[in-house]
Write a protein that binds this ligand. Structure first.
Ligand SMILES: Cc1cc2nc3c(=O)[nH]c(=O)nc-3n(C[C@H](O)[C@H](O)[C@H](O)COP(=O)(O)OP(=O)(O)OC[C@H]3O[C@@H](n4cnc5c(N)ncnc54)[C@H](O)[C@@H]3O)c2cc1C
Length: 386
C-alpha cells in the first residue's frame, strides 16, 4: 500500500504541536489534582477544536476518509507532550465512536455534538473484575423492564469514571449466548442506580475507576444498536482505536529518543560527550530504527482502516503490538542513557517510563494482539503469499 506518513494531515499535525507547546509547557502533566487537570485539558481541547476529531462522522471535525489517520496524528502529538492530554482525547474517541458507529440519527444528534465540543465527557465500559481479556465472561446483566432495561453488575478499570457524563456500557441481554448476547447501552451519569464506587490510582496520571449498576433503569431509546450487537459494536470501535494506542506509543517513544539525543550530547564522561561513544550511538541507532518501524506500522494500519481494507484489523493488531512494545524498549534505553538522573522524579524520562507501560495492556494486551494475529495467519495459505 502506498503510504507516506509525513504527508498525513500536516496542517493538523502543526496545529496540535502548537497546542501542546502553548498549553502543556515542557514538563507536561504532573499536577496533583488529577481530575481537575483532566477536565481542564479536555475543555481546552474542546475549545480549540481538537477534541472534535475524536467524534467520527458528520458531528465531528473530520472527513471519514482520513479519520483513523487524524486520530493517530493527534494522539502522537499529544502523547509527546502529556500522557493525560492523550488519555483525555483517546477516551473521548473510545466513548464517542460506538455512538457514531451504531447510534440512531436521534441518538447521534443528541449525544455527539456536546462530546465533539468537549462540554461533556464520554466513557466506554466493557471490562469487569472477572472479564478482562475474556469478554465472553461479562456478567453485567440487562433485563427487560417496561419501556427499557434494568442493569445490574460491576465494571472496573473504566477510564473517565466519575468525570464522564455519557457512558457506553456493554451488558448481557442473553447470557447463554456469551459475547454474542452482549448489548450496548448509553447510560447517563445521573441515572438512578448508577454509582462510581471507586477511583483507582494508577502508575501514570489517568482518571479511572469502578462503576456499579444496581437495578439501574435505562430507557429503550438509550439502547445502542440491536440486542446481541454489543460485541460487534465494541470490536468495530476497538479495531479503529487500537492503532491510535500505537500512535500514542510512537509519541512517547519519539519524546524519549529526543531526550536521549539531547542528554547524550550534553553529558560528558571520560572526557567526551556520551554521544561520542559507540556503545551509546548503537543504542540511539536501534531506538531510531524501532521508532521508524513502529510509526510505519501505525500509519499503514490507520491508512488501511481509512480505505476499508479487509486486512486492516490484522494490521491494526500488528501495529498496536509492535509500537507499544517498541516504545517500552525505546523509553527504557533512553532512561539507561540518562543514568541516575533518569530515575529522578520530575525528569521527563522518568515520567515517560511510567506513562508508556499501560499501553501494552489496555484495548487488548500484547498477548491478545498475538492471538488475533495468529488467528489471521491460521486462515492463510502460505502459497497465496503472506
Ligand atoms: C490504563 C487502563 C485503562 C483502561 N481503560 C478501560 C476502559 O476505558 N474501558 C474498559 O472497558 N476497560 C479499560 N481497561 C481495561 C483493559 O482493557 C483490561 O485491563 C485488559 O483488557 C486486560 O484485562 P485484565 O486486566 O483483566 O487482564 P487479564 O485478562 O486477566 O490478563 C492477565 C494477563 O494474562 C494474559 N492473558 C489473558 N488471556 C490470555 C490468553 N488467552 N493467552 C495468553 N495470555 C493471556 C494477558 O495478556 C495478561 O498479560 C483499562 C486498563 C488500563 C490498564
Amino acid at each position: 500500500m502506498e503510504h507516506s506518513f509525513d504527508q498525513e494531515q500536516p496542517t493538523l499535525r502543526r496545529q496540535v504541536r502548537a497546542w501542546v507547546k502553548s498549553h502543556l509547557g515542557s514538563a507536561g502533566d504532573g499536577q496533583l489534582d488529577l481530575e481537575s487537570e483532566a477536565c481542564r485539558l479536555a475543555k481546552q481541547l474542546g475549545k480549540d477544536g481538537i477534541i472534535a476529531y475524536a467524534v467520527p462522522g458528520k458531528f465531528g471535525a473530520d472527513r471519514e476518509s482520513v479519520h483513523a489517520r487524524s486520530l493517530c496524528v493527534i494522539r502522537e502529538e499529544l502523547a509527546w507532550g502529556s500522557a493525560l492530554a492523550d488519555v483525555m482525547f483517546g477516551v473521548q474517541a473510545l466513548g464517542a465512536s460506538p455512538i457514531a458507529l451504531a447510534g440512531s440519527e436521534e441518538q447521534q444528534r443528541h449525544y455527539l455534538p456536546p462530546l465533539a465540543k468537549g462540554e461533556r465527557l464520554a466513557a466506554f465500559a466493557l471490562t469487569e473484575p472477572n472479564a478482562g481479556s475474556d469478554v465472553s465472561a461479562i456478567a453485567t446483566s440487562a433485563l427487560r423492564d417496561t419501556n427499557g432495561y434494568r442493569l445490574n453488575g460491576v465494571k472496573h478499570f473504566i477510564s473517565n469514571a466519575g468525570i464522564a457524563h455519557t457512558y457506553v456500557v456493554f451488558a448481557s441481554t442473553h447470557p447463554e449466548a456469551k459475547a454474542k448476547g452482549l448489548t450496548a447501552f448509553i447510560v447517563e451519569s445521573d441515572s438512578a442506580g448508577f454509582t462510581v464506587k471507586e477511583k483507582t490510582p494508577l502508575l501514570s496520571p489517568h482518571p479511572i475507576g469502578v462503576l456499579a449498576f444496581d437495578d439501574c433503569f435505562v430507557p429503550q431509546h438509550q439502547r445502542l444498536g440491536g440486542e446481541g450487537e454489543g460485541w460487534k459494536i465494541a470490536q468495530r470501535t476497538l479495531d479503529t482505536l487500537r492503532c491510535t494506542v500505537g500512535a500514542a506509543a510512537v509519541g512517547f517513544a519519539r519524546r524519549a529518543l529526543e531526550e536521549a539525543l539531547t542528554y547524550s550530547r550534553n553529558r560528558r564522561q571520560f572526557g567526551r560527550a556520551l554521544a561520542e561513544f559507540q556503545g551509546i550511538q548503537f543504542k540511539l541507532a536501534d531506538m531510531a530504527t524501532e521508532l521508524e518501524a513502529a510509526r510505519l506500522l501505525v500509519y499503514q494500519a490507520a491508512s488501511m482502516h481509512d480505505h476499508h481494507h479487509p486486512e486492516a484489523p490484522l494490521k491494526t493488531s500488528m501495529a498496536k503490538l509492535f509500537a507499544t512494545e517498541a516504545a517500552q524498549r525505546i523509553v527504557d534505553q533512553s532512561l539507561q542513557i540518562h543514568g541516575g538522573s533518569g530515575v529522578v522524579v520530575g525528569n521527563v524520562i522518568e515520567r515517560l517510563y511510567r506513562d508508556v507501560r499501560a499501553l501494552r495492556i489496555y484495548e487488548g494486551t500484547s498477548e491478545i494482539q498475538r492471538l488475533i494475529i495468529a488467528k489471521h495467519l491460521s486462515r492463510k495459505e502460505p502459497a497465496d503469499g503472506l
